[in-house]
Write a protein that binds this ligand. Structure first.
Ligand SMILES: O=c1[nH]c(=O)c2[nH]c(=O)[nH]c2[nH]1
Length: 307
């Protein structure tokens, strides 16, 4: 008994690192390979373990870790991170009476197939940069929440960006400009509309493909056409257009959240008494900085969200 207090706990295992290979013949596309860092956290009725020495209801976090490897072993067919998270969530909530909810978070290490002499290699991979992430919550009832995202997606363009017309007062020093570098490291989260196990799409829908598609839409909108680009009047506006394009293009995404730090490239002007105009900025030499940086973020959802 927790006496007069209200006690809510959850436990699990974080940073469970697992890799899996699916060995397809070279003429069927070659090996598939993933490296995942998995975190599982269960909501479980084991209050006596907090308030007394009674651990009888605890699913040990060591067992939770082992289960990740058992389930990876059992996935003899290729699965996406999202599907694997759902498999784990269903496992914990259905096997254990005391577990009412399981949250599974996975971050993928971005191993990408290499090409040798222009041909995709059957079993060779190199590490990329941006990371696919997912956060899945499964309840015993079968109700479900699937968020997926991207982390560390670094994008930069050397022109077609400016910032003008912002409010000015006695604290304002920043000059207006129609010519600057804009650089960011996008973090995105989006929510899929599947709210119960029974609504999960069958095979033709692929979460992994959707991740690739969203990534491309984000970048294409950020950059604009390859020859002329598209002018960005602010990170805010570019962020909004990126989010809007994701919702427009993908009806199966219910909302999208974007975080886009403004990683400044400051004009370099150097000079002193001895050496006036040693370096005079002419849109050519910059000082890259990430501290401090602007932080711009927004969430875009469908207004007529049919819940
Ligand atoms: O795109 C921008 N948005 C801002 O809110 C801001 N603030 C700032 O100093 N520079 C910029 N750039």
């Amino acid at each position: 008994m927790a006496g007069h207090f209200d006690l809510q706990g959850r436990h699990g295992k974080s940073r469970v690192r697992v890799s899996r290979v699916w060995r397809r013949p070279a003429d069927a596309g070659g090996h598939l390979f993933v490296e995942w860092s998995v975190a599982v956290s269960v909501v479980s009725d084991c209050l006596p373990s907090y308030t007394s020495d009674d651990n009888s209801a605890i699913v040990a976090t060591d067992s939770i870790k082992n289960t990740v490897y058992v389930k990876a072993k059992e996935c003899t067919e290729v699965v996406s991170m999202e599907e694997f998270a759902v498999i784990l969530g269903r496992h914990f909530t259905s096997l254990y009476p005391q577990v009412s909810e399981a949250a599974v978070t996975i971050v993928e290490r971005p191993w990408e197939r290499v090409a040798v002499d222009g041909k995709p290699h059957s079993h060779g991979f190199k590490l990329g940069s941006e990371k696919h992430t997912t956060e899945v919550t499964v309840k015993k009832s079968g109700s479900l929440l699937i968020n997926s995202g991207i982390q560390g997606y670094s994008l930069l363009k050397t022109t077609q960006s400016g910032f003008e017309g912002f409010m000015r007062d006695r604290y304002t020093l920043l000059p207006e400009t129609r010519e600057r570098i804009v650089a960011t490291e996008v973090t995105a989260w989006w929510r899929y509309p599947f709210e119960h196990i029974s609504q999960l799409p069958s095979k033709p829908f692929c979460f992994t493909q959707r991740y690739q598609d969203v990534k491309k839409v984000l970048a294409d909108t950020f950059f604009g056409p390859s020859d002329v680009g598209v002018y960005s009047p602010s990170v805010q506006n570019t962020l909004y257009l990126m989010a809007r394009e994701v919702l427009t293009r993908f009806p199966d995404i219910a909302s999208v959240q974007l975080r886009m730090p403004n990683l400044h490239f400051l004009p370099v002007n150097l000079g002193g008494k001895e050496n006036p105009g040693l370096v005079k900025f002419a849109d050519d030499v910059y000082m890259p900085t990430d501290e401090p940086h602007g932080t711009i973020e927004a969430t875009l959802s469908r207004a007529n969200s049919k819940l």
